[in-house]
Design a protein around this ligand. Structure first.
Ligand code: UD1
Ligand code: CA
Length: 472
């Protein structure tokens, strides 16, 4: 079911903190979870929940955070800058400065909650009220703000771990950090925040006490505890990673994909039903695996399109490439960027390709380097063939036309064209173009000396025995 659209609702995502507990030069919200920076998951969830726009509050490492989000979401995200990290309340204040006029409701959540999904945000948006606050219970609430309720169940305040009394620490109902505000209430409440707490910060969480004092208590909405955990350090990051991978793999399995144990599929990857992902396969970036394709043990694919019915044999590695329908690759093949394999192409073990196109039915089955090549249909490339594409200064192209045959252990010194149907004899160094249907041969003539081998061996044997005598 498509979520309701919220044209008058804008999301503010807080992502300005340094993330000290990560102990990292990379801003916390850019640490990847299932291949995507943490904050991307939250922004995608807000857009998926129907928010008209997402404002991300950036500060620490903001150039990096902005560039990363712009590349992924373009115009759909806007940015507000928090120069000094004075607390989550101050961060929302900064976010408000970028709020377009006419916005009625503001969804606020934190950029360090990568497991959040559109449905979690939609659940909070579906509840009316000047302030709606998600809550959930955790067996171990350590580190989270605790939900304080009055005897009648109304929300009284959120108390941060560091400000809690011993009794308050035993409260297991916590603040996962998802809030929906009436814009008017939010503006007014933020002016009332004061840094009177253990950390001397402006806490966003104090809005709950402000609402209670104004006799308009925050409306609680029950949230899924397992998806709203914040990632402050690398242990929590790892837990989130495991949970998100499991979610992705379960979704794929239910859609008809075999996903073996140990496989790691990134959040941005698409796998069509009836494809098979083997043990310890890693699929990264925007990889697309089409129906009937089989990716065997230990392959690593980054931004690769695998067409229907292709078979990647164990331990093949490919990046920014296309593998044609029914093509076979590996084991132990390396497709570097811009390798385009046509239908039914065969690439065998220890073959490396780079910026090279192989047309339908072409084969390079063993030990070859094919760089900057344009290879025609049904071309056969023998074992040990090297495209000498680089002169130390520039890259040059090797063109091989349809049905040509390249004998084993040949070197093709680019730029050259080997014509349609031509035949390059084994061990040839091709330095000039070969016309269609011609035979190219550059090796020296073989000479056989009758009886010479036996004489040679006798001589070497005698020499060896002479050295033994002198050592005695
Ligand atoms: C916060 C909540 C806590 C809640 C928990 C849920 C507050 C005061 N506390 O605590 O009640 O249980 O999240 O995970 O809100 N940020 C800024 N600017 C700042 C400070 C923080 O943009 O000045 C951003 C951070 O980048 C981060 C988010 O706000 O993405 C939350 O800050 P963090 O320091 O992680 O808060 P917690 O201590 O986890
Ligand atoms: Ca946090």
């Amino acid at each position: 079911m498509a979520p309701a659209s919220h044209p008058n609702t804008v999301a503010i995502v807080l992502a300005a903190g340094q993330g000290t507990r990560m102990k990292s030069s990379l801003p916390k919200v850019l640490h990847p979870v299932a291949g995507l920076p943490m904050v991307h998951h939250g922004v995608a969830a807000a857009l998926g929940a129907g928010c008209a726009q997402v404002i991300v509050v950036v500060g620490h490492g903001r150039e990096l955070v902005e560039a990363s989000l712009k590349a992924a979401f373009g115009e759909r995200v806007a940015f507000a800058i928090q120069l000094e990290q004075l607390g989550t309340g101050d961060a929302v204040r900064c976010g408000l400065a970028a709020l377009p006029s006419g916005v009625e409701r503001v969804l606020v959540f934190y950029g360090d909650a990568p497991l959040i999904e559109a449905m979690d945000l939609a659940a909070a948006l579906a509840v009316p009220g000047a302030l709606v606050v998600a809550t959930c219970s955790l067996a171990n609430p350590f580190g989270y703000g605790r939900i304080l309720r009055a005897a009648n169940g109304e929300l009284v305040a959120i108390r941060e771990e560091k400000d809690c009394s011993i009794e308050e620490r035993s409260i297991t109902e916590i603040n996962p950090g998802v809030y929906v505000f009436a814009a008017q209430f939010l503006r007014a409440a933020l002016t009332k925040l004061e840094p009177k707490n253990a950390q001397g910060e402006l806490y966003l969480t104090d809005v709950v006490a402000i609402a209670a004092t104004a006799m308009t208590p925050a409306v609680p909405v029950a949230a899924r505890a397992e998806v709203l955990v914040g990632c402050n350090d690398r242990a929590q990051l790892f837990d989130a990673e495991v949970a998100l991978r499991e979610r992705i793999h379960t979704r794929l399995r239910k859609s008809g994909v075999t996903v073996a144990a140990g496989a790691l599929v990134d959040a941005g990857v698409v796998v069509e039903p009836d494809a098979s992902i083997g043990p310890n396969v890693v699929l990264r970036g925007k990889t697309l695996v089409k129906s009937g394709a089989r990716i065997d043990v230990g392959c690593v694919l980054d931004n690769v399109i695998v067409e229907a019915g292709a078979y990647l044999k164990p331990y093949s590695v490919a990046q920014d490439s296309v593998i044609g329908a029914r093509a076979q690759v590996g084991p132990f093949a390396h497709l570097r960027p811009e390798s385009h394999l046509g239908e039914d192409v065969h690439i065998g073990n220890f073959v490396e390709t780079k910026k090279t196109t192989l047309a339908k039915g072409a084969k390079a089955n063993h030990l070859a380097y094919l760089g900057d090549g344009v290879i025609g249909e049904r071309v056969n490339i023998g074992a040990g063939t090297i495209f000498c594409n680089y002169d130390g200064f520039q890259k040059h192209t090797t063109t091989i036309e349809d049905d040509a045959f390249i004998g084993s252990d040949s070197q093709i010194v680019a730029p050259v064209t080997i014509g349609r149907g031509a035949y390059v004899g084994t061990g040839t160094t091709v330095t000039k173009s070969v016309p269609a249907d011609a035979l190219a041969l550059s090796r020296t003539k073989q000479e056989n000396k009758e009886g010479y081998a036996a004489r040679l061996k006798a001589r070497f044997k005698a020499a060896k025995e002479a050295t033994k005598e002198t050592k005695k």
